[in-house]
Design a protein around this ligand. Structure first.
Ligand code: HEM
Length: 373
Protein backbone atom coordinates (compact mmCIF):
# COMPACT_ATOMS: atom_id res chain seq x y z
CA UNK A 1 0.00 0.00 0.00
CA UNK A 2 1.06 3.59 -0.52
CA UNK A 3 -0.94 6.83 -0.22
CA UNK A 4 -1.75 6.84 -3.96
CA UNK A 5 -2.86 3.20 -4.13
CA UNK A 6 -4.93 3.94 -1.01
CA UNK A 7 -7.27 6.25 -2.97
CA UNK A 8 -8.80 3.31 -4.83
CA UNK A 9 -8.09 0.53 -2.30
CA UNK A 10 -11.06 -1.42 -0.89
CA UNK A 11 -10.33 -0.17 2.65
CA UNK A 12 -7.55 2.42 2.95
CA UNK A 13 -8.60 3.68 6.36
CA UNK A 14 -6.49 1.39 8.62
CA UNK A 15 -3.47 2.38 6.50
CA UNK A 16 -4.28 6.08 6.93
CA UNK A 17 -4.51 5.51 10.70
CA UNK A 18 -1.03 3.96 10.60
CA UNK A 19 0.31 6.98 8.69
CA UNK A 20 -1.17 9.35 11.28
CA UNK A 21 0.35 7.29 14.10
CA UNK A 22 3.78 7.67 12.45
CA UNK A 23 3.47 11.48 12.34
CA UNK A 24 1.15 13.96 10.69
CA UNK A 25 3.64 15.18 8.08
CA UNK A 26 6.25 12.61 7.01
CA UNK A 27 8.42 12.16 3.92
CA UNK A 28 7.53 9.16 1.74
CA UNK A 29 10.73 7.86 0.10
CA UNK A 30 9.00 5.72 -2.51
CA UNK A 31 6.79 8.50 -3.86
CA UNK A 32 9.33 11.28 -3.15
CA UNK A 33 6.64 13.46 -1.59
CA UNK A 34 5.73 14.69 1.86
CA UNK A 35 2.50 13.14 3.10
CA UNK A 36 0.15 15.14 5.34
CA UNK A 37 -2.19 12.69 7.06
CA UNK A 38 -3.31 14.24 10.36
CA UNK A 39 -6.05 16.85 10.59
CA UNK A 40 -3.56 19.34 12.05
CA UNK A 41 -1.01 18.89 9.26
CA UNK A 42 -3.67 18.93 6.52
CA UNK A 43 -5.17 22.16 7.92
CA UNK A 44 -1.72 23.76 8.25
CA UNK A 45 -0.67 22.87 4.69
CA UNK A 46 -3.94 24.08 3.14
CA UNK A 47 -3.72 27.35 5.09
CA UNK A 48 -0.06 28.05 4.29
CA UNK A 49 0.61 30.88 1.81
CA UNK A 50 3.75 29.17 0.48
CA UNK A 51 1.96 25.91 -0.34
CA UNK A 52 0.72 26.45 -3.89
CA UNK A 53 -1.63 24.43 -6.07
CA UNK A 54 0.86 24.17 -8.95
CA UNK A 55 4.65 23.85 -9.13
CA UNK A 56 6.13 27.27 -10.05
CA UNK A 57 8.17 25.77 -12.93
CA UNK A 58 5.12 24.11 -14.50
CA UNK A 59 1.92 26.14 -14.07
CA UNK A 60 0.30 24.07 -16.83
CA UNK A 61 1.16 20.36 -17.19
CA UNK A 62 3.69 19.87 -20.04
CA UNK A 63 1.46 17.26 -21.63
CA UNK A 64 -1.29 19.80 -22.42
CA UNK A 65 0.53 23.12 -22.64
CA UNK A 66 0.12 24.74 -26.07
CA UNK A 67 -3.37 23.33 -26.72
CA UNK A 68 -6.83 24.62 -25.84
CA UNK A 69 -7.16 22.37 -22.78
CA UNK A 70 -3.89 23.82 -21.47
CA UNK A 71 -5.13 27.34 -22.09
CA UNK A 72 -8.27 26.69 -20.04
CA UNK A 73 -6.30 24.87 -17.34
CA UNK A 74 -3.89 27.81 -16.98
CA UNK A 75 -6.74 30.21 -16.19
CA UNK A 76 -8.66 28.11 -13.67
CA UNK A 77 -8.84 29.56 -10.16
CA UNK A 78 -8.29 25.99 -8.94
CA UNK A 79 -4.88 25.99 -10.60
CA UNK A 80 -3.73 29.51 -9.67
CA UNK A 81 -2.71 31.61 -6.70
CA UNK A 82 -2.90 35.38 -6.10
CA UNK A 83 -5.10 37.59 -8.25
CA UNK A 84 -5.71 34.89 -10.86
CA UNK A 85 -7.41 32.84 -8.16
CA UNK A 86 -8.99 35.57 -6.04
CA UNK A 87 -10.55 37.49 -8.89
CA UNK A 88 -12.60 34.69 -10.54
CA UNK A 89 -13.41 33.30 -7.11
CA UNK A 90 -14.86 36.60 -5.90
CA UNK A 91 -17.10 36.63 -8.97
CA UNK A 92 -18.22 33.00 -8.83
CA UNK A 93 -18.42 31.99 -5.17
CA UNK A 94 -21.37 34.18 -4.05
CA UNK A 95 -23.58 32.89 -6.88
CA UNK A 96 -22.81 29.25 -6.11
CA UNK A 97 -23.48 29.81 -2.43
CA UNK A 98 -26.95 31.21 -3.04
CA UNK A 99 -28.39 28.56 -5.35
CA UNK A 100 -31.90 27.56 -4.36
CA UNK A 101 -32.21 23.93 -3.20
CA UNK A 102 -35.77 23.73 -4.58
CA UNK A 103 -34.50 24.62 -8.05
CA UNK A 104 -31.77 21.98 -7.82
CA UNK A 105 -34.31 19.33 -6.76
CA UNK A 106 -36.58 20.27 -9.66
CA UNK A 107 -33.72 20.10 -12.18
CA UNK A 108 -32.64 16.68 -10.93
CA UNK A 109 -36.24 15.42 -10.91
CA UNK A 110 -36.72 16.58 -14.50
CA UNK A 111 -34.05 14.19 -15.70
CA UNK A 112 -35.05 10.66 -16.59
CA UNK A 113 -32.96 8.02 -14.81
CA UNK A 114 -32.97 4.68 -16.59
CA UNK A 115 -32.58 1.40 -14.66
CA UNK A 116 -29.44 -0.70 -14.38
CA UNK A 117 -25.75 0.15 -14.26
CA UNK A 118 -25.81 2.27 -17.40
CA UNK A 119 -28.61 4.42 -15.99
CA UNK A 120 -26.61 4.85 -12.79
CA UNK A 121 -23.52 5.86 -14.75
CA UNK A 122 -25.44 8.61 -16.52
CA UNK A 123 -27.13 9.76 -13.32
CA UNK A 124 -23.76 10.00 -11.53
CA UNK A 125 -21.61 11.59 -14.22
CA UNK A 126 -23.90 13.30 -16.70
CA UNK A 127 -26.72 14.39 -14.39
CA UNK A 128 -24.78 16.76 -12.10
CA UNK A 129 -23.12 18.59 -15.02
CA UNK A 130 -26.55 18.90 -16.72
CA UNK A 131 -27.86 20.56 -13.53
CA UNK A 132 -24.99 23.06 -13.46
CA UNK A 133 -25.49 23.74 -17.19
CA UNK A 134 -29.21 24.38 -16.64
CA UNK A 135 -28.45 26.73 -13.75
CA UNK A 136 -26.26 28.74 -16.13
CA UNK A 137 -29.06 28.92 -18.69
CA UNK A 138 -28.21 26.14 -21.16
CA UNK A 139 -31.04 24.06 -22.65
CA UNK A 140 -31.39 20.37 -21.69
CA UNK A 141 -30.00 19.28 -25.10
CA UNK A 142 -26.99 21.59 -24.69
CA UNK A 143 -26.55 20.25 -21.16
CA UNK A 144 -26.34 16.68 -22.46
CA UNK A 145 -23.72 17.63 -25.05
CA UNK A 146 -21.79 19.66 -22.46
CA UNK A 147 -21.74 16.78 -19.99
CA UNK A 148 -20.16 14.53 -22.64
CA UNK A 149 -17.61 17.19 -23.54
CA UNK A 150 -16.81 17.66 -19.86
CA UNK A 151 -16.01 13.94 -19.61
CA UNK A 152 -13.54 14.39 -22.47
CA UNK A 153 -12.06 17.55 -20.96
CA UNK A 154 -11.43 16.15 -17.47
CA UNK A 155 -9.57 13.17 -18.91
CA UNK A 156 -6.63 15.54 -19.51
CA UNK A 157 -6.56 16.57 -15.86
CA UNK A 158 -5.52 13.06 -14.82
CA UNK A 159 -1.87 12.09 -14.96
CA UNK A 160 -3.11 8.65 -16.08
CA UNK A 161 -4.52 10.06 -19.34
CA UNK A 162 -3.12 9.00 -22.71
CA UNK A 163 -2.30 11.07 -25.81
CA UNK A 164 -5.60 10.25 -27.55
CA UNK A 165 -7.47 11.49 -24.48
CA UNK A 166 -5.41 14.67 -24.40
CA UNK A 167 -6.22 15.29 -28.07
CA UNK A 168 -9.92 14.81 -27.31
CA UNK A 169 -9.59 17.15 -24.31
CA UNK A 170 -8.26 19.98 -26.51
CA UNK A 171 -11.20 19.53 -28.88
CA UNK A 172 -13.66 19.39 -25.96
CA UNK A 173 -12.19 22.54 -24.37
CA UNK A 174 -12.64 24.32 -27.69
CA UNK A 175 -16.28 23.22 -27.98
CA UNK A 176 -17.06 24.07 -24.36
CA UNK A 177 -15.59 27.50 -24.90
CA UNK A 178 -17.77 27.90 -28.02
CA UNK A 179 -20.88 27.03 -26.00
CA UNK A 180 -20.04 29.80 -23.54
CA UNK A 181 -19.28 32.38 -26.23
CA UNK A 182 -22.80 31.79 -27.57
CA UNK A 183 -24.38 31.75 -24.11
CA UNK A 184 -22.73 35.01 -23.10
CA UNK A 185 -23.93 36.54 -26.36
CA UNK A 186 -27.54 35.46 -25.87
CA UNK A 187 -29.69 38.44 -24.84
CA UNK A 188 -32.46 36.05 -23.73
CA UNK A 189 -30.40 34.22 -21.12
CA UNK A 190 -32.50 34.08 -17.95
CA UNK A 191 -29.95 32.63 -15.53
CA UNK A 192 -29.64 34.58 -12.29
CA UNK A 193 -26.45 32.63 -11.55
CA UNK A 194 -24.80 33.68 -14.80
CA UNK A 195 -25.99 37.29 -14.52
CA UNK A 196 -24.51 37.62 -11.02
CA UNK A 197 -21.21 36.04 -12.03
CA UNK A 198 -20.89 38.33 -15.08
CA UNK A 199 -21.69 41.41 -13.10
CA UNK A 200 -19.18 40.66 -10.35
CA UNK A 201 -16.56 39.55 -12.86
CA UNK A 202 -16.90 42.76 -14.89
CA UNK A 203 -16.31 44.75 -11.71
CA UNK A 204 -12.97 43.05 -11.05
CA UNK A 205 -11.65 41.99 -14.47
CA UNK A 206 -12.79 42.28 -18.03
CA UNK A 207 -10.93 39.21 -19.24
CA UNK A 208 -13.57 37.22 -21.16
CA UNK A 209 -11.27 34.24 -21.68
CA UNK A 210 -10.65 33.96 -17.96
CA UNK A 211 -14.39 34.13 -17.30
CA UNK A 212 -15.10 31.38 -19.82
CA UNK A 213 -12.29 29.17 -18.53
CA UNK A 214 -13.68 29.42 -15.00
CA UNK A 215 -17.21 28.70 -16.16
CA UNK A 216 -15.86 25.55 -17.86
CA UNK A 217 -14.13 24.92 -14.52
CA UNK A 218 -17.55 24.65 -12.85
CA UNK A 219 -18.31 21.68 -15.08
CA UNK A 220 -14.94 20.01 -14.64
CA UNK A 221 -14.99 20.44 -10.85
CA UNK A 222 -18.50 19.00 -10.70
CA UNK A 223 -17.96 15.99 -12.96
CA UNK A 224 -15.98 13.32 -11.10
CA UNK A 225 -16.24 14.50 -7.50
CA UNK A 226 -20.04 14.60 -7.50
CA UNK A 227 -20.26 11.28 -9.35
CA UNK A 228 -18.07 9.79 -6.62
CA UNK A 229 -20.22 11.20 -3.84
CA UNK A 230 -23.34 9.65 -5.37
CA UNK A 231 -21.70 6.28 -5.99
CA UNK A 232 -20.01 6.10 -2.59
CA UNK A 233 -23.44 6.72 -1.04
CA UNK A 234 -24.89 3.85 -3.09
CA UNK A 235 -21.99 1.68 -1.99
CA UNK A 236 -22.72 2.55 1.65
CA UNK A 237 -26.30 1.32 1.11
CA UNK A 238 -25.05 -1.89 -0.52
CA UNK A 239 -22.52 -2.57 2.23
CA UNK A 240 -24.86 -1.69 5.10
CA UNK A 241 -28.31 -2.98 4.14
CA UNK A 242 -29.83 -1.58 7.36
CA UNK A 243 -29.23 1.91 5.92
CA UNK A 244 -31.27 1.00 2.86
CA UNK A 245 -34.61 1.89 4.36
CA UNK A 246 -37.30 4.43 3.58
CA UNK A 247 -36.68 6.02 6.97
CA UNK A 248 -33.00 6.81 6.27
CA UNK A 249 -32.69 10.60 5.84
CA UNK A 250 -30.88 10.95 2.51
CA UNK A 251 -29.37 14.35 3.33
CA UNK A 252 -27.78 12.88 6.48
CA UNK A 253 -26.56 9.86 4.54
CA UNK A 254 -24.85 12.08 1.96
CA UNK A 255 -23.39 14.30 4.68
CA UNK A 256 -21.79 11.34 6.47
CA UNK A 257 -20.65 9.59 3.28
CA UNK A 258 -18.75 12.68 2.15
CA UNK A 259 -16.82 12.59 5.44
CA UNK A 260 -16.51 8.83 5.89
CA UNK A 261 -15.61 7.71 2.37
CA UNK A 262 -14.85 10.79 0.27
CA UNK A 263 -14.73 10.90 -3.51
CA UNK A 264 -11.72 13.21 -3.37
CA UNK A 265 -9.19 11.36 -1.23
CA UNK A 266 -6.21 13.65 -1.65
CA UNK A 267 -4.95 16.84 -3.21
CA UNK A 268 -1.46 18.25 -3.71
CA UNK A 269 0.53 21.29 -2.76
CA UNK A 270 3.88 22.52 -4.09
CA UNK A 271 6.18 24.42 -1.74
CA UNK A 272 7.08 27.80 -3.27
CA UNK A 273 9.46 29.08 -0.54
CA UNK A 274 11.31 27.50 2.40
CA UNK A 275 8.91 27.23 5.32
CA UNK A 276 8.13 25.29 8.49
CA UNK A 277 4.84 23.44 8.83
CA UNK A 278 3.75 21.39 11.85
CA UNK A 279 7.36 21.45 13.10
CA UNK A 280 8.79 20.16 9.78
CA UNK A 281 11.17 22.22 7.58
CA UNK A 282 10.20 22.22 3.93
CA UNK A 283 12.15 23.46 0.90
CA UNK A 284 11.12 25.16 -2.31
CA UNK A 285 10.14 22.52 -4.83
CA UNK A 286 8.94 20.01 -2.23
CA UNK A 287 5.66 18.29 -3.04
CA UNK A 288 3.04 17.54 -0.39
CA UNK A 289 0.34 14.94 -0.83
CA UNK A 290 -2.52 16.14 1.35
CA UNK A 291 -4.64 13.21 2.55
CA UNK A 292 -8.05 14.81 3.04
CA UNK A 293 -9.71 11.43 3.61
CA UNK A 294 -7.24 10.55 6.36
CA UNK A 295 -7.79 13.86 8.16
CA UNK A 296 -11.54 13.16 8.22
CA UNK A 297 -10.81 9.99 10.24
CA UNK A 298 -8.48 11.72 12.69
CA UNK A 299 -9.95 11.46 16.24
CA UNK A 300 -8.67 15.01 16.77
CA UNK A 301 -11.24 16.13 14.18
CA UNK A 302 -14.24 13.88 14.85
CA UNK A 303 -15.12 11.69 17.83
CA UNK A 304 -15.27 7.97 16.98
CA UNK A 305 -14.25 8.78 13.40
CA UNK A 306 -14.47 5.19 12.14
CA UNK A 307 -18.14 4.90 13.07
CA UNK A 308 -20.67 5.76 10.35
CA UNK A 309 -23.15 8.06 12.10
CA UNK A 310 -26.08 9.54 10.20
CA UNK A 311 -26.79 12.07 12.95
CA UNK A 312 -23.15 12.84 13.77
CA UNK A 313 -23.08 15.98 15.91
CA UNK A 314 -20.68 18.70 14.70
CA UNK A 315 -19.39 16.71 11.77
CA UNK A 316 -16.07 18.11 10.50
CA UNK A 317 -14.58 17.27 7.15
CA UNK A 318 -11.76 18.17 4.77
CA UNK A 319 -13.43 16.54 1.77
CA UNK A 320 -14.14 19.94 0.22
CA UNK A 321 -10.68 21.27 1.10
CA UNK A 322 -10.00 24.25 3.35
CA UNK A 323 -8.48 27.71 3.16
CA UNK A 324 -8.35 29.91 0.09
CA UNK A 325 -9.11 27.11 -2.39
CA UNK A 326 -11.93 25.55 -0.35
CA UNK A 327 -14.64 24.24 -2.65
CA UNK A 328 -17.21 26.94 -3.40
CA UNK A 329 -19.58 24.28 -4.79
CA UNK A 330 -20.02 22.27 -1.59
CA UNK A 331 -23.68 23.13 -0.94
CA UNK A 332 -24.57 22.62 -4.58
CA UNK A 333 -22.74 19.27 -4.73
CA UNK A 334 -24.48 18.00 -1.59
CA UNK A 335 -27.86 19.17 -2.95
CA UNK A 336 -27.36 17.52 -6.34
CA UNK A 337 -26.12 14.28 -4.75
CA UNK A 338 -29.07 14.09 -2.31
CA UNK A 339 -31.64 14.80 -5.01
CA UNK A 340 -30.03 12.27 -7.36
CA UNK A 341 -29.95 9.56 -4.71
CA UNK A 342 -33.63 10.24 -3.95
CA UNK A 343 -34.44 9.72 -7.62
CA UNK A 344 -32.35 6.56 -7.87
CA UNK A 345 -33.91 5.00 -4.76
CA UNK A 346 -37.42 5.94 -5.92
CA UNK A 347 -36.84 3.51 -8.80
CA UNK A 348 -36.36 0.71 -6.24
CA UNK A 349 -33.12 -0.46 -7.84
CA UNK A 350 -31.86 -4.01 -7.24
CA UNK A 351 -28.65 -2.96 -5.54
CA UNK A 352 -27.75 -6.60 -4.85
CA UNK A 353 -27.57 -7.13 -8.63
CA UNK A 354 -24.67 -4.70 -9.01
CA UNK A 355 -20.93 -5.33 -9.09
CA UNK A 356 -18.47 -2.48 -8.76
CA UNK A 357 -14.83 -1.55 -9.06
CA UNK A 358 -13.06 1.73 -8.39
CA UNK A 359 -12.28 3.80 -11.45
CA UNK A 360 -8.46 3.98 -11.83
CA UNK A 361 -7.32 7.29 -10.34
CA UNK A 362 -4.54 8.84 -8.26
CA UNK A 363 -6.92 10.79 -6.04
CA UNK A 364 -10.56 10.07 -6.91
CA UNK A 365 -12.52 7.30 -5.19
CA UNK A 366 -15.33 6.59 -7.61
CA UNK A 367 -17.05 3.20 -7.68
CA UNK A 368 -18.26 2.24 -11.16
CA UNK A 369 -21.16 -0.18 -11.26
CA UNK A 370 -21.92 -2.97 -13.69
CA UNK A 371 -24.86 -5.35 -13.84
CA UNK A 372 -24.27 -8.88 -12.51
CA UNK A 373 -24.51 -11.35 -15.41
C1 HEM B 1 -18.78 15.99 -4.06
C2 HEM B 1 -18.44 16.93 -4.90
C3 HEM B 1 -17.24 17.82 -4.74
C4 HEM B 1 -16.10 17.64 -4.00
C5 HEM B 1 -15.74 16.47 -3.08
C6 HEM B 1 -15.27 18.80 -4.23
C7 HEM B 1 -14.03 18.99 -3.63
C8 HEM B 1 -13.22 20.07 -3.85
C9 HEM B 1 -11.92 20.27 -3.25
C10 HEM B 1 -11.22 19.30 -2.29
C11 HEM B 1 -11.44 21.45 -3.70
C12 HEM B 1 -10.12 22.11 -3.29
C13 HEM B 1 -8.96 21.49 -3.97
C14 HEM B 1 -7.67 21.97 -3.37
O1 HEM B 1 -7.65 22.91 -2.54
O2 HEM B 1 -6.62 21.39 -3.71
C15 HEM B 1 -12.41 22.00 -4.60
C16 HEM B 1 -12.26 23.17 -5.29
C17 HEM B 1 -13.18 23.66 -6.15
N1 HEM B 1 -14.46 23.16 -6.38
FE1 HEM B 1 -15.26 21.48 -5.64
N2 HEM B 1 -15.90 19.64 -5.08
C18 HEM B 1 -17.12 19.09 -5.42
C19 HEM B 1 -18.08 19.63 -6.25
C20 HEM B 1 -18.01 20.87 -6.82
C21 HEM B 1 -19.07 21.52 -7.58
C22 HEM B 1 -20.46 20.94 -7.81
C23 HEM B 1 -18.56 22.72 -8.00
C24 HEM B 1 -19.22 23.81 -8.79
C25 HEM B 1 -20.27 23.73 -9.55
C26 HEM B 1 -17.21 22.83 -7.51
C27 HEM B 1 -16.37 23.89 -7.76
C28 HEM B 1 -15.07 24.00 -7.28
C29 HEM B 1 -14.17 25.08 -7.65
C30 HEM B 1 -14.47 26.21 -8.62
C31 HEM B 1 -12.98 24.86 -6.94
C32 HEM B 1 -11.71 25.72 -6.98
C33 HEM B 1 -11.79 26.76 -5.89
C34 HEM B 1 -10.52 27.59 -5.78
O3 HEM B 1 -9.47 27.14 -6.23
O4 HEM B 1 -10.59 28.69 -5.21
N3 HEM B 1 -16.91 21.69 -6.78
N4 HEM B 1 -13.49 21.14 -4.67
Amino acid sequence: MDPIIAATHADPYPYYAQLRANGGLVFHQGLNVWVASSARAVAAVLAHPDCHVRPSHEPVPKAIVGGMAGKVFGQLMRMNEGERQRCPRLAIQPGLASIDAVEVNALVAARLITPGAEGLYKAMFRGPVCVVAALLGFSPAQGRAISELTGDFVACLSALGEQAQRDAAHVAADHLSGYFVELLDDPNNQSALLAGIRQRFAATSGDAEMLIANLIGLFSQTYEATAGLISNALLALIRTPSLHSESTPIDDLIAEVQRFDPSVQNTRRFVAAPCEIDGVSLNSGDVILVLLASANRDPQLNDHPDVFLLDRPERRSFTFGAGRHQCPGQGLALGIASATLHQILAMKPSLDQLKWHYRPSLNGRIPLFSDCP
